[in-house]
Write a protein that binds this ligand. Structure first.
Ligand code: ZN
Length: 506
């Protein structure tokens, strides 16, 4: 067996290297590349993804997998060998359904679509971006058709990112969330005065913010020997291997939350990458279990830790030393409340915990409607604005703060957005278990100790990489499949207390 497994691993290692080279080029494109580099870069990305696709879908891989499946049949489900074969098979079957031409077209559309989106966003003019999005909708449809689905085209796309998840299940989850969130938003709105948010807009020197944010994330456990932080339009994290997991952030003088919480969020992603087991490097198991599981790590650090009272008891003194003027008359409790202000807002990445999932629900619905041709691209801004009004009660002043705000639709990505909500839910579900395992977690956070928390996440989530599907991982870590109940209980309790609203079981 070891000889065949070695042959398979040699191929997987080459595919991994090609994908990591692609990631380096994409990172450069979003951080340092001059605008003139776009054409050549899109060709490079297209070539590399085509080569990776050809290599990973070669007949030889299929033959090796068939032989290895027989030989690993008796091994435990979670053994390295059985898992490499099982997950490689899932990828192989999915990838074989997509032609190299389609893969290459997807890569090119992404690379050329992004600068078009950037320009349209800058000028707040959706019409500039519409042709690129029409192309992307068509490519999403072609992917769904190629992968195959029983009921809804979205099933094919969501399963590609969140293995095992269906459109119907998501609709059920969103319905449950909506039932819990909408009354909570109303309760919070009635007591809006309980939280004063003005301190966040007093002006914080940008370079000092970037430095402070990097200092905080290293204290949480982000390893700078194997990471770095840069600036980009849209914050993201990326990884090129066990020794290199990077984050980007953006910074605004006039709004404090953007830089620090963006950095904590991306560092949560990067710490996940830094925690993958050495034994899975250069195989199909290396990487995050799904975008949803990835997002559970970023949201857990950003919200469940970074927006906790204990966190601010610990960090507020150093924050006030770094920014004495804007924080002159503020204490840690007032700052803790300010960063947890809940109010309906335009921008997803700045949305608070209570309203955030409504932003995702909106995108999930619109992607479905575009895919099923119930909505035309040209009518998208209007559909967006109408729903923002209906779910969050706010008017969208322009496309930049509306339909053009996210980078995602500039590349072929339908099916990724639900992962953000799934991530919120997984984060809360894991945290419920972590609190049982580490009873003095809050006291540890208040002392600035994050080692036990990071160790728990490493052991139960990070180290496994893609070995398990999201639900397999959750069953092992928490004893239950995905459920929105812990998240709903968490926001009701936290925001009920913050806003002096009595949590009412509904
Ligand atoms: Zn994220």
């Amino acid at each position: 067996m070891s000889e065949k497994l070695d042959q398979l691993k040699t191929i997987l290692a080459e595919v991994t290297d090609l994908n990591r080279a692609t990631a380096v080029l994409s990172w450069d494109q979003e951080t340092y590349m001059p605008p003139g580099g776009v054409t050549a870069r899109s060709e490079q990305l297209s070539t590399l993804s085509r080569l990776a696709h050809i290599r990973s879908t070669a007949d030889e891989v299929g033959r090796l997998l068939s032989e290895l499946e027989e030989e690993t049949a008796a091994l435990p489900f979670d053994s390295l060998e059985a898992s490499v074969v099982r997950v490689t098979r899932r990828d192989y079957d999915n990838d074989r359904k997509l032609s190299p031409e389609l893969i290459s077209e997807i890569a090119r559309a992404g690379s050329t679509g992004q600068p078009v989106w950037q320009k349209a966003r800058r000028e707040a003019d959706f019409k500039l971006f519409a042709p690129a999005l029409e192309k992307n909708v068509e490519l999403n449809r072609r992917i769904a058709d190629a992968l195959g689905y029983k009921d809804r085209p979205y099933d094919a796309l969501i399963d590609r990112y969140e293995p095992g998840m269906t459109t119907d299940e998501l609709e059920t989850i969103f319905a449950e969330l909506k039932k819990a969130i909408v009354p909570l938003v109303a309760d919070v709105a009635r007591n809006a005065d309980a939280v004063d948010v003005r301190v966040l807009y007093r002006g914080f020197e940008p370079a000092a913010q970037v430095k402070y944010a990097l200092d905080v994330v290293t204290k949480l456990g982000y390893d700078l020997e194997r990471g770095r932080q840069d600036i980009s339009t849209h914050p993201f994290s990326t990884t090129f291997g066990p020794g290199d997991a990077r984050i980007t952030t953006r910074v605004s003088r006039d709004f404090f939350n953007e830089c620090l919480f963006g950095s904590i969020h991306e560092a949560g992603h990067a710490m996940y990458s830094q925690g993958h087991g050495d034994d899975i490097d250069h195989t199909a198991l290396w990487g995050g279990a799904s975008p949803g599981v990835h997002e559970s790590q970023s949201r857990l650090w950003e919200n469940l830790v970074g927006r906790s009272r204990g966190f601010w008891k610990h960090f507020f003194p150093s924050l006030r030393s770094a920014f004495p003027e804007p924080l002159r008359d503020i204490d840690d409790e007032a700052f803790f409340k300010a960063v947890n202000k809940s109010y309906p807002s335009l921008i997803r990445v700045e949305a608070d915990e209570v309203t955030y999932n409504l932003h995702i629900m909106l995108r999930f619905e619109l992607e479905n409607e575009l895919l099923e041709d119930k909505l035309k691209v040209r009518d998208l801004p209007e559909a967006w604005n109408t729903r923002m009004k209906s779910y969050l009660g706010i008017n969208v002043p322009n496309d930049r703060e509306g339909v053009l705000q996210d980078v995602h639709w500039s590349y072929v990505s339908f099916g990724i957005f639900p992962g953000y909500t799934i991530g919120n839910l997984i984060g809360a579900q894991l945290m419920e278990k972590i609190r049982a395992a580490i009873p003095d977690l809050d006291a540890q956070i208040e002392r600035g100790e994050f080692v036990a928390l990071l160790r728990w996440l490493r052991k139960n989530v990070h180290v496994h990489g893609r070995k398990f599907t999201p639900n397999e991982l959750l069953e092992r870590a928490t004893g239950k499949p995905l459920t929105p109940a812990p998240w709903i209980a968490y926001v009701r309790e936290k925001y009920g207390a913050l806003y002096g609203v009595k949590p009412v079981p509904r």
